[in-house]
Design a protein around this ligand. Sequence first.
Ligand code: ADP
Ligand code: ZN
Ligand code: ZN
Length: 758
Amino acid sequence: MSPDPHRKPGSILRVAVAAPLMDAFDYLPPAPVSEGGSTAPSLLPGQRVLVPFGQGRRVGILLELRDTSDQDPARLKPIERPLDPHPVLGAADLTLIRWAADYYRQPIGEALFSALPARLRQAKPIIDEQVPGVSATPDGRALDLETLRRAPKQRELLALVRSVPEGIPVTDLNACLGPCAATLRSLRARGLLETCRIVPAGPVAHAPRVQPAPGPGLNTDQAEAVGRVAAGLGGFNPFLLDGVTGSGKTEVYIRLIEAAAARGAQTLLIVPEIGLTPQLRERLTSRLPDPPAVLHSGLAAGDRERAWHRAASGLAGVVLGTRSAVFVPLPRLGLILVDEEHDASLKQQEGFRYSARDVAVRRAQLLGCPVVLGSATPSLETLNNAQTARYGWLRLPQRAGAACTPRTSLLDIRNQPLQAGLSAVLREEMRTEIAAGNQVLLFLNRRGYAPVLTCHACGWVGDCPHCDARLTLHLARRRLWCHHCGWTRPLPSACPDCKGTDLRMLGRGTERLDEELRALFPGVGIARLDRDTTRRRGELARLLDEVRRGEVQILLGTQMLAKGHDFPGVTLVGILDLDQSLYASDFRAPERTAQLIVQVTGRAGRAERPGRVVLQTRHPEHPLLQSLLRDGYTGFATTALAERREAELPPFSHLALLRAEAPAAETATAFLNQARLIAEGPDEGRAEPLADSGVHCYGPVPAPMERRGGRYRAQLLIQSSQRPQLQRFLAGWSLALRALPRSKGLRWSLDVDPQDMY
Ligand code: ADP
Ligand code: ZN
Ligand code: ZN
């Protein structure tokens, strides 16, 4: 369409609606633009608008104002109205989110709304943040409080209000002093107080401001790390903070937050999991003058929205959040920190698939600020960026303070008699530690009682009817459970096939280990930490508390143990069964296993007591275990990176995975075959064959677990040594895929930089 000469510049509104659609849509301004008038001044990019869409209306975000449309302007509809007086996303936010939607080939509307509180997907106004409050008048501030000694309630109330110069919400007064309407009236009548409207800062803010607690003096490594990042404030400078567990990474974050705050900048701190935030939050709160704004999906919607406002208004100095916090608008942002950057949960695995770590780096680059990726077990991608000097490499090889690094040894359990899965050596060491008043941690990465239930007479095995998977036996709940689709059935008393009653439980999960340990170590305090024992709210905190108070001598659990909690009293760690994951098919399996071992190990011996780690295995010669023990995580990573280079796997190539699933295997495969044909076909606007453009297509192949939840899953892998080439290919290809006719029951998704290959 050629520009319409009568149309004012910028009178086409490009709007992304809150729906999983790749495209944005063109609209006209709400009221006809009057002759000689300009576009309605209140329409700005980043503003929420209500638009007619299909048969109904949708909330959208105004992306830009254009001069022309690709569509016939006569057929464009006007938007209904703007929803808020101001944009909810700034220009920098729009740039970042549009980049992410483009890079990950995800719907723009989904991406935009992931940056906003959920309520704003609906046509509701932004909450008026202001509430009724009172503040002291000049007379009220000058008054000698002694003159009110006959009116103690008035004196107390006035004193409280005077302590907060900007005023206190009336609801907070009631919460602090009980109902006080009459007292308020008297003070107002005497001209000592006046009403006002204020933004509540939350109850913490009214607690008398205590001086932040001082931190320990930094050691040389920490000081150097802080110095190098602080010197990089004000420009794009990416860093890997490569510090063993307990080396004081968090301490480095705190100093950096202070350095950024001294320049008036906000800091964004991203963590992988909700379970980690309470400890970190307490620490930040006690050390910084203002509490952090906390953002994660476990919060009540209202709390989350309030925190979002504190962040987006620039009020909060520090924002602590999980994944999606990486998109939160921050007008004064000057520093981004990503803790546990290796953690797979930083990658969103459904809907809008993105890596919060990678988006964080991009955000820092667009904005021009430092980004620090911290980990004791850096991902091979990040480590490679550090080794090739694309990232600054900050190393904290020693534990901070007096703590020393635990010793790790392999224990060959071939031909060893085991009790409760424990070798005699490990049992003996456990007894010694317990007798000395120390704690023992046992790591078994499988929950439930037993992973297999079988009939001794006929060989029947309890399989999930919907998945290619065994049912796990949960004895306490007397059920068989599928850990993949959630299907469950009562524990049968006889074999469903031959009616025989000799049903046997094979293998061992944490529930069984728990039971066996109680028999093996009578009278010893035992706590189990897995998803089953921590399902109820508050249960995790209670268990951790028991451990900390020393009521527990043996702590056993799944990989939950590897996540951020410290167990200073633990002097012995037993890693019981990792052999399966040594031979898993996913190319990231060795990396994940090494990270798990090092992270679990890092929980022990934090205080002055040295820790010891015993790793039971039937494959003591395995190269992964050997390199890990000999050279530590960095040694392992060097070996693993060499293997990745050899195999042309990330970070030495770039991947995208097209997944498809359907009730029938053929449907999924047919779709992927078609996708492959399109990819390799000549009419893709590409002159040369696909392989010549440096992009390779592998598959389709069935997913490692082909049937799950009653659906058959298959995948097609796209690989390229060059990111720009992959991106160029995906742009055209993903559009063509969306144009394909939909087979019944077919679902598919495209995952750029996939973390898991299933
Ligand atoms: P990480 O985040 O690397 O696991 P932390 O910052 O939590 O490490 O530090 C581990 C422990 O060491 C904490 O108890 C912390 O208070 C303490 N610590 C950190 N830095 C120092 C230091 N320079 N001197 C003494 N103790 C320190
Ligand atoms: Zn049977
Ligand atoms: Zn199942």
